[in-house]
Design a protein around this ligand. Sequence first.
Ligand code: UD1
Ligand code: CA
Length: 427
Amino acid sequence: MDKQIKAVILAAGKGTRMKSNTPKVLHKIFEKPLLGYVLDNVKNIVNEAFVIVGHHAEEVTAYVENNYVAAKTVLQSPQLGTGHAVSMVCPALENFDGQVIILCGDTPLIKEETLNNFVEYHNSNNSDLTVMSTIFENPTNYGRIIREADNSLKCIVEEKDATQEQKAVKEVNAGIYCLNWSKIKPAFSQLTSNNAQGEYYLTDIISWGKKNGLNVNAYILENSDEIYGINSRHNLAEAAKIMNDRKLYSLMENGVTIVDPSSTWISEDTEIGADTIVYPATYIEGKNKIGQNCKIGPCAHLRGGVEVADNCKIGNFVEVKKAKIDHNTNVGHLSYIGDSELGANVNIGAGTITANYNPLTKVKSKTVLKDDVKIGSNTVLVAPVTINEGANVGAGSVITKEVPSWALALTRTPLKILADWVKSQSK
Ligand code: UD1
Ligand code: CA
């Protein structure tokens, strides 16, 4: 399917204010880099995405290559501004005649639905260039949208170049654009850097478009949270909170009980069925699917790749990673379940550990528990290992080989009782 629409994602900047050795766009919310959110949000809209890399280019490129095979990276070196960054795709898009959406890699809260509306607005207005704007009560640091007396767009002025009067404008540039590529492309060889920062500003394509008689419009976004940009650690924490609140709200709308939203963290990529109850201090990151009527927490940690069927319990201080758990199964307390498959009606006693990782070989192995297995408390299941249907494991066991169906496995040393031993010790 050729939608003739491409994305350019700017991710070459330094991110000085993060004070970090990690490139800004690889800072994470719920273990997913900021850039990942942007790439995921455009992947159903565009048929090709270009990521502009520069600062820490190798790390950012490796992330894109390992996680988004369909995306391409383009090097910008040195980094001379956002306009210069976009011009890096000119050779690759030399003969392209469709649309280009430009986004920033540090703006992870934008929704796919909003981007769709934005492109639709661009098309229905026969726009050549559309910029997304929003109203901020505190517009500091954002580019200001400057309009003509008749309210049509004039230009965008950056904070550092703005007059007092312009600084008072609350309509800001969201940093998201839709362009009819072949019409706007010539602008990139005509941008200049005579401004306060000595950079080639992408924002100057607005006044360029106006001067060249093109149809230039602004799409005003109502929910300004979506274009919240990450420039500091404070912004990162705030964005995580916005993302989490959004997720908890939609889960509650769909019938999930969240006992204490203020202490519960659930990633965007987690699905939870109706009538499941999530107890306080639960942290769920990565991609997971939890069924209906489950009880999760308090203080549970799901680390991604977790699938839980209906009527299950993942209780207090239980950590689960990459595991498939069938219905009516309970992991009640103080356990670690990793790289595992648990059947239906399984009961895991308190303090059970799947020993899935060999730190010498760095190999992770799988634990398989078939239906109706019961594991006694304080058991270590040393993977790879399978416990077959209905088998029981006695408390305190260390299981290192396959247990047949309906058997009891036990590695406990026999209990010794020495009668009156205590008395015999005293003088
Ligand atoms: C930019 C806009 C501003 C807008 C704001 C929205 C310009 C000149 N200004 O400002 O109007 O309100 O975004 O968040 O565009 N980047 C590169 N190469 C470069 C420079 C930057 O790839 O040479 C990337 C950065 O990594 C970042 C994005 O472009 O992802 C935006 O750069 P940043 O420095 O954060 O721009 P702002 O000052 O926020
Ligand atoms: Ca920014």
